[in-house]
Design a binder for this molecule. Sequence first.
Ligand SMILES: Nc1ncnc2c1ncn2[C@@H]1O[C@H](COP(=O)(O)OP(=O)(O)OP(=O)(O)O)[C@@H](O)[C@H]1O
Length: 271
Amino acid sequence: MNKTVILRNVAKKYKMYSRTSDKLLDIVMPKGYGEDFYALRNISFEAEKGDVIGIIGVNGSGKSTLSNIISGIIPPTSGSIEINGDVALIAINSGLDNQLTGRENIELKCLMLGFNKRQIKKLEPEIIEFSEIGKFIDQPVKNYSSGMKSRLGFAISVNINPDILIIDEALSVGDKIFADKCEAKMNEFKEKGKTIFFISHSLRQIKNFCEKALWIEYGEVKSFGEVSEVVPKYEKFLKDYKAMSEIERKEYREKVMEKRSSEYKISNAKT
Ligand SMILES: Nc1ncnc2c1ncn2[C@@H]1O[C@H](COP(=O)(O)OP(=O)(O)OP(=O)(O)O)[C@@H](O)[C@H]1O
């Protein structure tokens, strides 16, 4: 079985309320209050073992929502998801308990993943070594810089050896030396046949790390394929968007907002 992640017509719908009181009314009388908003809709794609897929798209297009759905943190509103293997998500502000020390966070995360005490004892020094946190490992995570949190999150996730790894903007706060180390680790993972999703606004990083790219435009798959095909299309979109006047941009955003609030027809086209 080479397919590790299969999504079919996945959608995530939220309710948007213009007033807090509307939200309360919607809970008591669930009809008519709030407006539907599709963070994602009609998402279909497949990933295989050894795929390194860059997820790109402008702010708010749905990249983090997608990574949360693949990692099982949030359920989709509709559609089907098949995941073959263990998933680890590394995101800037997720997964670590700020009140606990780095070491306690390692232990907690490993326990939650079903490792026993003996396995944790073996893993702990490897994680600490990789993270390069040094003495700070026994300090509460709230005293860490964002780069340190990202290092620890990355070190835990890669050393627990998941089959599917999702990195959501976590490298953007790391320095070049750590990014290079992460790249080496990602290449090692790729050779081992693991699947990696890499979310970043840095197209340079996407081109360096990934072979495939998934472009999400305002909640929908705009393009999925080789990085060399998808990234230039996205770059052209960014260039055209930048060239628009303020009024054109506003109109464009309103059109998108309207589209994301409306019902849609499921397309069965495989992307
Ligand atoms: N819990 C929620 N309730 C309502 N709307 C939400 C919720 N979570 C996300 N959204 C909306 O869904 C859309 C997609 O958000 P998401 O964080 O997935 O985008 P993103 O592509 O990761 O953005 P960025 O590049 O800025 O990190 C946004 O418009 C966001 O406001």
